[in-house]
Each structure stands twice: as C-alpha cells, then as structure tokens.
Design a protein around this ligand. Structure first.
Ligand code: SAM
Length: 263
C-alpha cells in the first residue's frame, strides 16, 4: 500500500531487517504467549510476530493503517486489531491475568512515549514484560542511575515499577522516513514486589515531582514546602545534595515521612 507517513501520528516505519531480527531474537517468543503490539503501522513487527503463532492484539490509532492491517492479515485467526488511541485504551480488556501475564511490544510514536509508559504502568500486574523502541535519549533517562545527568523523575518512577534494561541502539537509517534522532530498545520488566516500600503512592509521586522540578536546587530547598531539615537527618540524607543524587530508596523514605506527618 502507498501510505504517506503521518507526522502527527509519529510514523517512522521500521525497514531494517537486521534490526527487526535482532529485536525478535531478544523476545523469547513461544506459541502459548499472548502479546499486545502498540502502533503496528504497516506491520513490520506484526508479520514476524504472527509467524510465531502467538495470540496477538494490536492497537493502531490511524484508521487507514488499521484498515490496511485488516486487509493484509485477514487470514490470521490469532490476530485482533483495535483501532484506538493507546493513551486512553483500557488494556485490562485485552491483557491476560496472572499467572498467565501478557507481553507488550511497540515501536512507539515518540511524541506520546512518556505518558503512554505511565498509562501502561497502571496495568503492570497483568504484564510480563515490555519491549519498546524509543528515542535513545528517553531510554538513557529511564535506565539512568543516581549521580548521573540523565537521572530524573522518569528514572525514579519507572525503576520503582520495573527493572529497566537498555538492549541496543537503532540508527535513524533503520526507519522510513528517517527520524532526526537515534533510537534504542528498552526492556521493562514489572517487579513482582516493588524494590522499596512506599506507603502512599501519591506522596511518593509528589516528593519525586517536587524534587526534580527544581533540580538545580539542593533537595532541602526543593522540598522545603513539604519536608523539614530534621526529616533528611532522620534518614541520614545530606540535605545539600541535589535531586539527581538521591536514590530510589531515599525517595521512598522521604515520601513515607511525608505520609506520616500528614496524618
Ligand atoms: N510498528 C511500526 C513499525 O515499526 O514500522 C510503526 C511504528 S511508528 C513509529 C508508530 C505507530 O504508532 C504508527 O503506526 C502510528 O500510526 C501509531 N500511533 C500513533 N499514535 C498512536 C496512539 N495514540 N495509539 C495507537 N497507535 C498510535
């Protein structure tokens, strides 16, 4: 089909078969699995996934592409096509329930990748793992460790929910049209138990958001409206550190103090 790529839908279609094969071989596919693909586009990943005999649900926003997929894969009984916006899609409808969790994959439209990751996290108990193609910059931020420039709100919040692994880089020429930036594949595996205890998730979110909204300030100043000097001392956290130097463990500790003093 002659399809003109739509910029507003973040359409950059994968065309490099080496990259597609490298990605597929990192998935540990087997026929009894259920997969969900977000943004299947022209089917560059859909076709080889279906060849593995897995059950597959795909979610595509573009009506023309959804129709094209229906025509192309009309013989595939194990494929269900949803023409919908993944950002508001109720994934609980299609994801399997524990112990048979589902797998998610997507070469994601870059403009919606962060809100989509947070949306998906709300279904984490039904997800075995997620493989995403994202801007390399975003993958580096997701996987960053404390004390590095890229460490930020996205690193802390996603690492609370998932183990994050940067699998490999993908150069711009692997796509049509060619994007301006480098891409990378990230594997996110939801933790069966969170690595730290958080009493109240909304307090945790508040602390992390406040801390990184003023990342050049010391943590004492960035959080002064919600926490006092003694709270840092009680956790042995140096209040003159900056947000990017505080670990997930310490953010959880600070948020638990906030939950206690609010009561
Ligand atoms: N998977 C294909 C590939 O690798 O060639 C296409 C990838 S392209 C980067 C992103 C795809 O996501 C496009 O097909 C686009 O139409 C679709 N898309 C964009 N926004 C979406 C949304 N909110 N929900 C679902 N699909 C979306």
């Amino acid at each position: 089909m002659a399809h003109k790529a739509r910029k507003r839908f973040g359409q950059n279609f994968l065309q490099d078969h080496n990259i597609i094969n490298q990605l597929l071989s990192s998935l540990n596919l087997s026929s009894e699995q259920h997969w969900v693909e977000i943004g299947p586009g022209l089917g560059a990943l859909t076709r080889p996934l279906l060849a593995e005999n897995i059950a597959l649900d795909v979610i595509e926003l573009d009506r023309d592409l959804a129709k094209h997929l229906r025509d192309t894969f009309s013989q595939s009984e194990n494929l269900t096509i949803h023409q919908a916006d993944a950002l508001s899609f109720d994934f609980a409808q299609v994801l399997q329930s524990p112990p048979q969790k589902s797998h998610i994959i997507g070469n994601l439209p870059y403009n919606i990748s962060t809100p989509l990751l947070f949306h998906l996290i709300s279904f984490a108990n039904q997800i075995d793992d997620m493989h995403f193609m994202l801007q390399k910059e975003v993958v580096d931020r997701i996987c960053a460790t404390p004390g590095t420039k890229k460490y930020g709100r996205l690193s802390v919040m996603l690492q609370y929910h998932c183990e994050a692994e940067n699998l490999f880089d993908v150069p711009p020429e692997s796509f049509n049209p060619v994007p301006k930036v480098m891409s990378a594949i990230v594997k996110l595996t939801p933790h069966s138990q969170p690595p730290v205890t958080v009493e109240d998730y909304s307090d945790f979110n508040t602390v992390v958001t406040h801390a990184f909204s003023q990342r050049r300030k010391t943590i004492r100043n960035a959080l002064k409206k919600i926490l006092a000097e003694e709270h840092f001392q009680s956790l042995n956290i140096d209040p003159s550190l900056r947000a990017e130097e505080i670990s997930l463990h310490d953010y959880a500790g600070l948020s638990n103090i906030l939950s206690t003093i609010k009561q």
